[in-house]
Design a protein around this ligand. Structure first.
Ligand code: SF4
Ligand code: FES
Length: 244
């Protein structure tokens, strides 16, 4: 496999054939904020948080192939400002109450907000009404916290081979739906150990009974930044994919 190089914020980055910009960046220890990208799954480019400027054009780093000679801008005031607005919009479109959420400290949305130095939102909150599903003995689905990243949809389909989840509706009416006779998790074949449960970046899908086992202050993003955590996840995946 041949390697070539391009630059991110003037720093040379080498890449392998077939790699996307975000894959090459993460492998090189350069963080590009992302929410719907996960190194184990094919990217689908829905959140747009990973938008970078490639030779003057704004494009998602998770779906754009790396190419020799590209000049990529990543950490600019403009791009981080746009990313902050995207995260602020996710907060106002859902019902995210971090101080009372079990996932606080382990939540990618919250950690991304901190990383982007988001302190509040200038937009009015929608406070949408979304259905809570507490019908499963081992799992809770709190749709208030869903950011429609589709990672559970892909994990349930491609890894668990169960197809439990799908997105339905458009815009503010988008909802995560469950494939079961009643539409409830309780009569789906989801298990708390499914990959779909592990990939949810927010507190939308929670394993019951874990709650505050790990105290605040000792959680993932209390111990490491979202950048460090992303490098580790990507490195583990790339190693496995390379069969090392
Ligand atoms: S439940 Fe979690 S993984 Fe699934 S779409 Fe919502 S935020 Fe993403
Ligand atoms: S991470 Fe690239 S569009 Fe979501």
């Amino acid at each position: 496999m041949s390697t070539h190089s391009f630059t991110i914020d003037d720093q040379p980055v080498s890449f392998k054939d077939g790699q996307t910009i975000i894959q090459a960046a993460l492998a090189a220890g350069i963080f590009i904020p992302h929410l719907c990208y996960h190194s184990e799954f094919k990217p689908h480019g829905s959140c747009r948080l990973c938008t970078v400027e490639i030779n003057g054009r704004k494009m998602p780093a998770c779906t754009t192939p790396a190419a020799a000679g590209q000049q990529v801008l990543n950490h600019t005031a403009e791009l981080n400002g746009l990313r902050r607005i995207l995260v602020q919009m996710l907060f106002i479109e859902g019902n995210h109450f971090c101080p009372s959420c079990e996932k606080s400290g382990n939540c990618r949305l919250q950690a991304t907000g901190y990383w982007l130095q988001m302190l509040d939102t200038p937009f009015p909150h929608f406070f949408p009404r979304r259905e809570l599903d507490a019908s499963h003995p081992d799992v809770l689905l709190d749709r208030d916290r869903c950011i429609f990243c589709e990672l559970c949809v892909h994990a349930s389909r491609d890894v668990d081979h169960k197809n439990v989840f799908a997105l339905s509706g458009r815009g503010i009416h988008t909802r995560l739906i469950v494939d079961s006779p009643s539409g409830k998790l309780g009569d789906s074949n989801l298990s708390a150990t499914d990959k779909a449960m592990q990939v949810c970046p927010t507190g939308a899908l929670l394993t019951r009974g874990e709650a505050f086992h790990t105290p605040i202050g000792k959680r993932l993003y209390d111990q490491q930044s979202i950048a460090e955590s992303s490098f580790k996840t990507a490195a583990a995946t790339f190693k496995e994919q390379a069969g090392e």
